[in-house]
Design a protein around this ligand. Structure first.
Ligand code: IVH
Length: 708
């Protein structure tokens, strides 16, 4: 363990309590801190484990801040299990190996079909126990087999002291700093429930499907790597050296067993059955999967396998099979182990996750950020227990890379992934010619232009505010604190407003009435009034906030500010040409193009007009001077291919600085800018003695330097 984690060792606990006394902390503060913690533990448990919050987030935050303030004032009161101490900023040099007190075993895997798999296991167990056919059915516990990472959580005197990975089963790695950040894992166990002095809880750290999807979207937006499945995402997060990274990863946990525990002879609990043990873990605050069930005999195991197989696609987390365990701990002891696997448990996997099928068509879907995703329409096929008829193809380049065309036999995979994907093509001749897939030029939802930015793999709809697919995101962005700052207009409300078709376009927000708002779910009249008041207040804004709120691609707050400074008035921005936009500080060709394309869409202009008609207003300013016309009076000819700038961009830049760009070289030409493969114009320039510049020379000229 490294130094900063040592702070939290059991010894330092006692020391801390002593310190608190020494520091003369008033007794009332100590008990207040304890009460606040107990309250926060309970609320966090309700929120993260039971999925049933009982207070609004704001209330939790308020109490949390109170605790933080008291701990700030009396640092001696800080304990490692305080809700404020989830992220302790540990950055390690490497992970420390830890020998398990009780080895972490693996389980034998049964791959037979559902009936024979469970029956073979039941028969083996009965035979080992010497039971004949007339003996009663054996009781089992059937559990999902979670697709994540096995974890051993060691609690001493009710406090989490160490979390270790499975490693090779004998020696794992200490990942306590990261595991502490998982909200579902208690940092301390309830004092009133006979928790033994030593207990190791074992289970699976994983990532819920929806959380993985969100994480991947975030990773993609940040240009970071995405994770193929929850197991990779969980493993990649848990083995980070810097706990602030794990803290941002939405990890979850399910308990399914024990490691070392104080034995009954020394006062530890005597559970009797595996099922009772799981119930106890649940009562100590650990998440136990709700699907875990008792099953009597092989037939009920088969039924469980079937039922979970059917539910599998709809489960919020990924599984790759089910696990059967003998329920009685006495029988488990009698059965014992064979090499490194228990005889009392077996994992029963689900069938293959990849299947071939016919790709009948490729449709295009529009996501909430405007991204166009090609979707393969497939002849229905069973993959991993569910019928798949659609699979994603990511983007145009993904299709090209995989070389799939409509009419092909393709392989579909439903691995750890949430959405089935087309992996590739089954090799073979195509009986008829089928053209390659092309992206539509207009959005299939709103008919706005579709664009793909230079260097980007994805195509996007430019409809923005107008596009039905992008509506929710557009509204949330508009309402954002740093945009129009409409307090109370959050995810849940926007979902209801858009799904109920109450708000179709942004201006509809300002047309909301008290009755339509108060009629929504979970919306009391008072909160409806608050939202209306916030909407009213937002009408008086600044042009910068408004412009940012429109959600124009590539226009963040600072670009909005620069645009306002430069143009002063909204109309001037809306009507600006690409050239004019390029004169704005820090606006390059990509941004200029985004702005121009946005305002070139009639529906976006319509939205702006309607917002103004609804009373949204700001103070307009005066435009600043145009860019200095340092090349006024010069005539420049462009020829050949420039190494980085496109010819159009170079032309815009020269014109913005006041130069005239001409197509032919004459004695009057001031400069010829020549790129690769320049032909007759270059020759002509040399003949006439016109100075010739390369791209760098042109850029120097634009900076007002002497081109060399
Ligand atoms: S019990 C002695 N139960 O599967 C049995 N394991 O080889 C110890 N796993 O990587 C494991 N879900 O993390 C058990 N409900 C479950 C499980 C489960 C997933 C994983 C476990 C380990 C592997 C077991």
């Amino acid at each position: 363990m490294t130094e900063n984690l040592d702070l939290f060792s059991a010894e330092s606990q006692g020391q801390k309590a002593q310190d608190a006394i020494n520091a003369g902390v008033p007794g009332s503060v100590t008990s207040k801190v304890a009460a606040l913690r107990a309250q926060l533990w309970q609320w966090a448990h309700e929120y993260y484990v039971l999925d049933a919050p009982t207070v609004p987030d704001g209330e939790y935050d308020r109490v949390y801040q109170q605790l933080e303030a008291l701990e700030g004032a009396y640092p001696a009161l800080v304990t490692p299990d305080s809700p404020t101490q989830r992220v302790i900023g540990a950055v390690l040099d490497g992970l420390t190996p830890v020998r398990h007190a009780v080895p972490m075993l693996s389980i034998q895997t049964e791959t037979d079909n559902e009936a024979t798999g469970a029956m073979a296991f039941d028969q083996r167990v009965r035979k080992e126990l010497g039971l004949d056919a007339s003996a009663a059915a054996i009781e089992y516990v059937a559990e999902p087999k979670f697709d994540g990472l096995a974890m051993n959580l060691r609690y001493e005197n009710g406090r989490l002291v160490q979390a270790t990975t499975r490693g090779d089963g004998e020696v794992g790695e200490d990942v306590t700093h990261n595991i502490r950040t998982i909200r579902q894992i208690p940092l301390s166990l309830p004092a009133d429930r006979n928790v033994p002095p030593v207990v190791e809880v074992r289970g699976e750290v994983h990532m819920a499907k929806a959380d993985l999807e969100k994480l991947n979207a975030r990773q993609q937006a940040a240009g970071a790597k995405t994770f193929a499945n929850p197991r990779n995402a969980a493993a990649g997060s848990v083995r980070q050296l810097d706990s602030s990274i794990a803290a941002q990863r939405p990890l979850s946990f399910f308990a399914y067993g024990l490691g070392e525990i104080t034995p009954p002879e020394q006062g530890g609990p005597d559970f009797g059955t595996h099922y009772a043990m799981l119930q106890t873990l649940r009562s100590w605050g650990f998440p136990v999967a709700p699907q875990v069930a008792l099953a009597r005999g092989a037939s009920e195991l088969v039924a469980f396998h079937q039922r979970i197989g059917a539910e599998r696609a709809n489960l919020p987390y990924e599984i790759d099979g089910v696990v059967y365990k003998v329920n009685s701990l006495a029988l488990q002891r009698r059965l014992g182990f064979k090499s490194r696997e228990p005889r009392w448990a077996v994992a029963h996997k689900y069938p293959a996750q990849e299947m071939p099928t016919l790709m009948e068509a490729i449709d295009v879907q529009v996501g909430r950020t405007g991204k166009l995703t090609p979707v393969a329409r497939l002849a229905p096929v069973q993959v991993g227990g569910v019928v798949v008829t659609n699979a994603t193809l990511s983007n145009l380049f993904d299709i090209r890379k995989k070389g799939v065309r409509v009419g092909d036999q393709v392989i579909v995979r439903r691995a750890g992934d949430v959405i089935p994907e087309v992996v590739g093509r089954v090799p073979g001749e195509r009986p008829v010619y089928v053209p390659n897939f092309r992206m539509p030029r207009t959005c299939p939802i709103c008919a706005s232009a579709v664009v793909r930015e230079k260097g980007e793999a994805n195509h996007r709809c430019t409809g923005g505010l107008f596009c039905g697919a992008q509506r929710k995101e557009a509204i949330l962005h508009f309402a954002h604190r740093r945009a129009m700052d409409i307090e109370g207009l959050g995810d849940k409300l926007v979902d209801q407003l858009v799904d109920g078709q109450v708000v179709r376009v942004l201006p509809d927000l300002y047309r909301l009435g008290l009755s339509s708002l108060a009629a929504l779910d979970r919306m009391a009249e008072k909160s409806a009034q608050n939202v209306l008041a916030a909407l009213e207040k937002s009408k008086s804004t600044t042009l910068q906030r408004f412009l940012f709120g429109l959600g124009i691609r590539n226009v963040g707050e600072s670009t909005a500010r620069d645009l306002v400074k430069h143009f002063g008035k909204l109309d001037a921005i809306m009507d600006a040409s690409v050239e004019e936009l390029l004169q704005v500080k820090d606006v390059g060709p990509v941004v200029a193009d985004s702005i121009h394309t946005f305002f070139a869409q009639p529906h976006n202009r319509e939205v702006v007009e309607q917002l103004r008609a609804c009373g949204v207003h700001w103070e307009e300013g005066e435009p600043v001077e145009k860019a200095p016309q340092i090349l006024a009076g010069l005539t420049v000819v462009l020829t050949g291919t420039l190494p980085t700038l496109g010819r159009d961009v170079a032309k815009d830049m020269l014109e913005a600085a006041g130069a005239k760009v001409s197509g032919s070289v004459s004695k009057k030409t001031s400069y010829v800018v020549a790129g690769a493969e320049a032909g007759s114009k270059l020759a002509k320039a040399e003949e006439l003695g016109v100075p010739v510049l390369d791209e760098a020379g042109m850029l120097a000229l634009l900076r007002g330097e002497q081109p060399g």
